[in-house]
Design a protein. Structure first.
Length: 131
């Protein structure tokens, strides 16, 4: 166990559900907000509030809760001026798996390309000798 370092899980803890019509609000800790570094920083709100959005993959209507936003912007380091929720939890998991598989296939392709090139340059990069 390393002392002094927080372990950060990939997903925020399950957010509390609010009664119908009630909007969740969580105060912002400005000291933990990260800026994109391009020009003046974003306008920083006093509170995070629940935001409704439609998943861009499956079209389901979801709510990005204030608690989830606080985790994203203050713990995970998401940029306040450029990021927002666009996928539901299940579509995020599918997209993450798709990207992982694409990276694996890409790396395998690179490995296959490098093997023939390494054999051709085993003699220090010189052209093959004719006898």
């Amino acid at each position: 166990m390393v002392l002094g370092k927080e372990s950060v899980s990939r997903e925020p803890k399950a957010a509390k559900k609010h009664p119908a019509g009630e909007v969740g609000r969580v105060p912002v800790d400005e000291s933990k907000i990260r800026s994109s570094g391009f020009g003046p920083g974003p306008w920083i709100p006093e509170f995070y509030e629940d935001v409704s959005f439609t998943c861009k993959d499956c079209g389901s209507h979801e709510t990005w809760t204030a608690t989830q936003q606080k985790w994203w912007y203050e713990v995970a380091g998401g940029l306040l001026d450029t990021t927002t929720a666009v996928r539901c939890r299940s579509c995020r998991a599918k997209e993450r798996a798709r990207k992982t598989e694409a990276r694996r296939v890409h790396r395998e392709g690179l490995a296959k390309k490098q093997k023939p090139n390494q054999r051709a340059t085993d003699n220090g990069g010189a052209a093959p000798r004719r006898v």
